[in-house]
Unconditional design. Sequence first.
Length: 374
Amino acid sequence: MAVKRDALVRLLLLTVVARGASGAKVPAMFVFGDSTADVGNNDYLPGSSARANFPHNGVDFPGGKPTGRFSNGLIGVDFLAFSMGFKKSPPPYLSLVANAANSSSSSSSIEVTRNVTKAAASYMTGANFASGGSGVLDSTGTTINMTKQIEYFSDLKDQMKTRLNANRVSVLLSKSIFLISAGGNDAFDFFSQNKSPDYTGVQQFTEAVISTYDSHVKTLYNLGARKFAVIDVPLIGCCPYWRSQNPTGECIEPLNQLAKSLNDGIRDLFTNLRSEMQRMKYSIASSYELVSSLIENPEVAGFEEVKSACCGGGRLNAEEGCTPKSSCCSDRGKYLFWDLLHPTQATSKFAGLAFYDGLAQFVSPITFKQLVEA
Ligand SMILES: *[C@@H]1O[C@H](CO)[C@@H](O)[C@H](O)[C@H]1NC(C)=O
Ligand SMILES: *[C@@H]1O[C@H](CO)[C@@H](O)[C@H](O)[C@H]1NC(C)=O
Ligand SMILES: *[C@@H]1O[C@H](CO)[C@@H](O)[C@H](O)[C@H]1NC(C)=O
């Protein structure tokens, strides 16, 4: 489709001009959601299977280091943080907690003070609470559910109040970005149990997810959040894992329909919330549209492989997750997907550009950039 192609070409032009941002444009960025946004919280969950802190993950990360990101390198929230002028992506919240805990159990009081100060100082520019495997519904997955992620944020807000008075914390939070990237795992779970859901089933599921989403957003609003940057549910039926489960190797359409239903629900939800909560602002980015555009026009982005995973095993390299023993492609810039479920750094870079300052088909009703500047 020509329209999608043009929008992608415009993104390539942005790649050239996007450099050179200096200084954060918002005080802080707080990130919630699943593995599409997790930068290493699950590294602190011993025994969890939803972890990525081993090779080949991170093969293109600075230093070739696996960090817990489900990627060969950086993920979308990293690129978004850079676009917002942050030098670093907000750190995993559990790394801050672990550092502070380690410091307080140490014997060197000077080092303890220094570390606690450092940890508290890094809270001030944000943190990432996202946890691979989690969903909008607390019953989805076995990692850090959304309710717990928001509780952690509330703890962090209390920490902030030990450094700034309550009024200044409120002002800081009201100008900060609250990014949410969730919903895909809820759809996976539902679909795994209902391979051919009927209309009523999909409606009921969507309503349950959206009413829970509603209560999470309201809780964050009551804690001081005003600027919501939302990433919708990806085109999950086209990820390599689901293609590998389809004898034809094509996308699983009922799963994409489920994602679409959730995404319509998310858009309606925020339209309604906006009229209820006068001071909230929001922008919704479409991971669904971006991946769909890239699959239709891979050559624009320099992709040659949009079906199979770069790292994994089995059919389409996607019946198994990416482990140190997996086969891993060498031309990672040519792959849309890194592993059975997650995009490559190259795709995430496109996503960052599209969501920050792309056309309305990728981000609306305003761009993340406009949300930042509002
Ligand atoms: C905290 O200390 C434990 C035990 O000494 C160690 O295994 C862990 O990696 C440390 N965590 C951090 C974040 O430094
Ligand atoms: C302080 O933090 C550094 C890294 O940030 C760590 O190597 C060191 O062990 C920490 N010190 C204490 C006393 O925990
Ligand atoms: C959500 O997480 C909290 C904290 O880990 C836990 O107590 C609660 O049972 C979880 N909720 C569900 C429905 O799993």
